[in-house]
Design a protein around this ligand. Structure first.
Ligand SMILES: [Mn+2]
Length: 298
């Protein structure tokens, strides 16, 4: 007899934190192209699914929104997401979040903290995402979630959780990192956050590294979560993303790392972000995201 797993899937189609608003469309494609069907049809899974789309038509997808307007929209989307995941985490559901851009991470993991979860986080990304409005060059909030989760930067981002910070520095491991600014690096290295840099293909075994990171976090936390920015993966597999960077993790290592993770009782949840369908080449990212979702079942 197999244990049932309760799963809550939240599709949060917001691109307000990114330079390219069409990052919002990743959630829509995942839903409409039935990428979730293997999860929904799985005999050992009870599933709840929530969907919100912050849609802008092509005429409105201009770049003239002020920093404050975009910040307000990011707060709206992350607040909605936090509320959507909080009760699911509290009921020990496996939470799967599909973005949208990476600013949504502030909502996902603030919700986990609010639900009383004590967890470590594996952050897979080409970028550190550890800017604040003081250090940013772009003013894009998808470059700021790590600082917010560590309790630094914009007060309202930090206070998405009732008891900041969401993460202690020892609760965070970053992997795939290869594109960042000095201020971010100084901030994280000063806090002694574990960062694994990844400039070239095959520079380390991504699967082995993921396994070790998980074991390390589980020595000091009862559970862990995963934040997957698809630009952490080598862009030859996932070109459809707003800020690709050469090199990165091997796709097979990602598939092996996440294989069967839905049934891993120590894993509280996973978010998959920064899939921008309008930037894809020959459906490569489409196929990769589909495969990532399939591998979650084992
Ligand atoms: Mn990111």
């Amino acid at each position: 007899m197999v244990d049932m797993r309760n799963v809550t899937i939240v599709l949060a189609g917001s691109g307000w934190g990114a330079a390219n608003f069409a990052t919002a469309d990743g959630a829509q494609v995942v839903l409409q192209q039935q990428f979730l069907k293997p999860i929904l049809d799985h005999p050992d899974i009870h599933c709840e699914i929530y969907y919100a789309q912050w849609h802008l038509n092509n005429l409105k997808r201009h770049n003239n929104y002020s920093v404050n307007e975009r910040r307000a929209h990011v707060l709206q989307a992350t607040t909605w997401l936090r509320n959507a995941v909080e009760s699911a985490f509290a009921k020990n559901h496996f939470v799967l979040v599909i973005g949208g851009d990476h600013s949504l991470a502030m909502g996902t993991w603030s919700g986990a903290k609010n639900a009383g979860k004590n967890f470590g986080l594996i952050w897979i990304d080409a970028h550190m995402d550890a800017h604040t409005y003081e250090t940013t060059l772009s003013n894009n909030p998808h470059g700021m979630p790590v600082s917010a989760l560590l309790g630094a930067g914009d007060t309202e981002f930090v206070n998405l959780t009732r008891n900041p910070p969401v993460l202690k520095p020892t609760s965070l491991i970053q992997t795939g990192i290869r594109s960042y600014e000095t201020e971010e690096q100084k901030f994280l290295e000063h806090l002694n956050v574990a960062i694994t840099y990844n400039y070239k293909r095959h520079s380390y075994n991504g699967f082995e590294h993921f396994t070790k990171s998980k074991q390390r976090l589980l020595q000091t936390h009862p559970s862990y979560g995963v934040s997957l920015d698809i630009d952490g993966i080598d862009p030859i597999y996932c070109p459809g993303t707003g800020t690709p960077a050469d090199g990165g993790l091997e796709f097979d290592d990602i598939l092996k790392s996440l294989q069967g993770i839905i049934f891993d009782q120590t894993c509280i949840g996973l978010e998959i972000v920064e899939y921008n369908p309008t930037l894809d080449h020959e459906h490569q990212t489409f196929e990769s995201v589909k495969k990532i979702i399939e591998t979650l079942l084992g």
